[in-house]
Design a protein around this ligand. Structure first.
Ligand SMILES: [Zn+2]
Length: 83
């Protein structure tokens, strides 16, 4: 299904989650604790030196989101981006 919304590609990720703090109205500053699983291509030289040539994030989980202004995440809610 083609999408004509110009805002969808604002971020590099295909799935964009924005946050809003209902307590103070903050839309821009959050501490996000995220667990990512990364697959990397390790290229060793014969001498044993390592060069990481590629890395892909294969999984990403947001553990917690904290409002920078309030210092807690009790009122932080996700904003659903509607295309
Ligand atoms: Zn806040």
């Amino acid at each position: 299904m083609p999408c004509t919304c110009a805002n969808v590609r604002r971020y590099r990720s295909d799935v964009t989650t924005r946050y809003r703090c209902a307590a103070c109205g903050n839309l821009t500053r959050f501490d996000v604790v995220e667990t990512t699983t990364v697959r990397s291509f390790y290229h060793f030289t014969v001498g044993g030196d390592l060069v990481v040539e590629e890395s892909d994030v294969v999984a990403s989980t947001v553990e917690s989101v904290t409002c920078r202004w309030c210092g807690h995440g009790r009122d932080v809610e996700e904003i659903a981006e509607t295309a």
